[in-house]
Design a protein around this ligand. Structure first.
Ligand code: 6CS
Length: 336
């Protein structure tokens, strides 16, 4: 635990202790984005459902109010928070199997096939909950946040273009390996440091879904957007497991119903979001270049997938192999 996390945790614990007994009826829910970004919209739907259908209140903590992604995870594991939305990009450092989402070109980029995969996947809905439970977490859902694009200071058409480029990645070892295989110098950083690191040229690129590139103004500190097709951004909602297990069956069902409602809402909400974000970026910065790699150009990035997959198995052993095989079977089941 960092000193900052300790202080934040102490402040949170003190707040909890000084609140009246009715604090039991207030559930604290933190996430990694702003209230009007995808995770915030999901959280708002969840809150509205719970408050309309029960006497509970849900208190939302957007990015920055309680620290970085790792801080809100620690606070949830220790019971200061009841709910946390954290992406496998960070959880992968805690639960190595969650890094499967960083095998390049495993997931379709966007669309109904991807949505159906998240709805029906055995790996996501049955296997991952067991792995998260080993860390005191009740995995409630995983959902997509959009096709990941690279935003860089120099144009990117091939892995050679990433050579010597310090490229920011979320803090899990497999994503580091993936960008090493892409030819870059991977630089894991928490989100709060990314804008400044681009501004001061400590790093020369980063990846994220388009809505986030727009809302966090990544286009101000990079000049080129590249659609490489290598991934979709996956995120996950969890509850502290002791808290969840302590709820009545009816209240557990209430939570699951709220999650199901928010899940479908967020899939609809994201229809056309990538395109709208791109339009806004182009209005704000007309000389931003946008490149969609053609099949041959993608092939050069795709060729790295086998080595990253092998690295994933090396890191996770038998349980990683089982998850990967099941993910592939789940994807096959939704392909037409
Ligand atoms: O890149 C990141 O760190 C962030 N990206 C998104 C889309 N959500 C939260 C996360 O912290």
């Amino acid at each position: 635990m960092t000193f900052k996390t300790f202080l934040i945790g102490l402040a949170g614990a003190t707040a909890l202790m000084t609140t009246s007994a009715s604090a039991q009826d207030t559930w604290r829910y933190a996430f990694e984005e702003a209230i009007d970004e995808v995770q915030g919209v999901f959280a708002t739907q969840f809150k509205e459902y719970i408050e309309e259908n029960s006497d509970y209140t849900v208190e939302l903590f957007p990015f920055g109010t309680l620290g970085e992604s790792d801080d809100i995870m620690e606070q949830t594991q220790s019971g200061i928070l009841q709910f946390v939305n954290q992406s496998p990009g960070f959880t992968g450092a805690l639960i190595p199997e969650a890094q499967v989402f960083f095998v390049p070109y495993l997931l379709p980029q966007e669309g109904e096939q991807l949505n159906e995969f998240f709805r029906t996947s055995v790996a996501i809905n049955e296997m991952f909950p067991e792995l998260y439970a080993e860390h005191g977490l009740e995995l409630l859902t995983m959902y997509p946040e959009g096709e990941v694009v690279m935003t860089t200071k120099e144009p990117v058409r091939s892995p050679e273009d990433l050579n010597e480029q310090n490229f920011r990645v979320m803090t899990n070892p497999l994503l580091v390996e993936s960008y090493r295989a892409f030819g870059a110098v991977p630089t894991p950083l928490p989100w709060g440091e990314v804008y400044g690191a681009l501004q001061t040229n400590m790093i020369q690129g980063q990846e994220n879904p388009m809505f986030f590139v727009e809302s966090t103004r990544m286009y101000e500190v990079t000049d080129h957007i590249t659609f490489t097709g290598h991934n979709n951004f996956t995120t996950a909602l969890m509850a502290n497991q002791d808290f969840f297990n302590g709820l009545s069956e009816d209240d557990q069902q209430l939570v699951r119903d709220a999650v199901d409602e928010a899940f479908e809402y967020i899939l609809d909400y994201q229809e056309g979001l990538t395109e709208r974000a791109l339009e806004t970026i182009m209005e704000n910065k007309p000389d931003m270049t946008v490149t969609r790699l053609d099949d041959d150009e993608r092939e050069a990035f795709m060729e790295t997938a086998d080595s990253v997959e092998a690295e994933f198995i090396e890191m996770t052993g038998e349980s990683g192999q089982e998850i990967l095989d099941q993910m592939k079977a789940d994807l096959e089941a939704v392909s037409d």
